[in-house]
Design a protein. Structure first.
Length: 235
């Protein structure tokens, strides 16, 4: 996937519904788009469909109806090779996703860059920068499953951010964090935003988005119940 220039659509949902068999309707008739470089917050109560929406973007789940396009590619028609290439451009921070519980914090983050063939020196510098930013430097050589939930969550974020991906998906990134640590995570998001990353963040923590100029979609029982800024206010 090439870098998508700003002001072009990078994610598009067209009348998407997701039904988990036999009859759980997780998303209903959802249409929206995200421009490259934008930040989108997904909010709504537990069970509203936020995690399902993220899983559709990285093709961990398939829509039951409707179309999902990422970087101009219809995920229903994409070849396995192209899907793999696309996934390498997605930073994904879900609970436990691709994490190695018996490896060190350093290895967990470095691995994301090794599979992208980054040179060793660049890996060390980037990982140490991320550990410093997220106040995890003292945990560098600790085995992941010895960390607290909140620390593991920050390692997952660092891992997802390691390659400065064009798109980053984060599911409840601050769910186990206190306000001070939440601010560290927000600083990381700000850095990524400046580097041009499109951020999709599912959260029920209003601290993350209140007062922000970014798009906020609120889901309730799989439906979009509000979207800010309103279409008329969007550039
Ligand atoms: N793998 C699954 N199988 C069946 N039902 C699921 C599955 N994943 C989620 N659901 C259901 O889909 C709905 C939306 O869930 P989810 O996307 O996890 O919402 P949220 O992340 O907003 O809490 C819920 O009713 C949930 O129970
Ligand atoms: Mg969820």
């Amino acid at each position: 996937m090439e870098r998508i220039p700003p002001q072009t659509t990078i994610i598009e949902f067209g009348k998407v519904s997701k039904i988990y068999p036999p009859d759980v309707i997780a998303l209903r008739d959802l249409s929206f788009s995200v421009q490259a470089g934008e930040t989108l917050f997904l909010t709504g109560a537990s069970g509203a469909g936020k995690s399902t929406l993220l899983k559709l973007i990285c093709a961990l789940e398939r829509p039951s109806r409707g179309m999902v396009e990422v970087a101009g590619q219809d995920l229903a028609r994409i070849s396995p090779g192209r899907l793999q290439a696309l996934r390498q451009q997605l930073g994904v921070a879900y609970q436990d996703f691709k994490m190695l519980p018996r490896q060190t914090v350093f290895r967990n983050i470095a691995m994301a860059m090794e599979v992208a063939y980054a040179p060793q020196k660049a890996i060390r510098e980037r990982v140490d920068h991320l550990l410093d930013l997220l106040r995890l430097t003292s945990k560098r050589e600790v085995i992941l499953d010895k960390l607290s939930r909140g620390e593991q969550q920050r390692v997952a974020l660092a891992r997802a951010a390691a390659n400065s991906p064009p798109i980053l998906l984060a599911d409840e990134p601050t769910g186990n964090l206190d306000p001070a640590t939440t601010r560290l995570v927000m600083a990381l998001f700000e850095q990524l935003r400046r580097a041009g990353t499109t951020l999709i963040i599912a959260t029920h923590d209003p601290a993350l988005f209140s007062g922000s100029p970014h798009q906020i979609i609120e889901l309730a029982q799989g439906r979009m119940v509000s979207r800010r800024p309103a279409a008329s206010e969007r550039p």
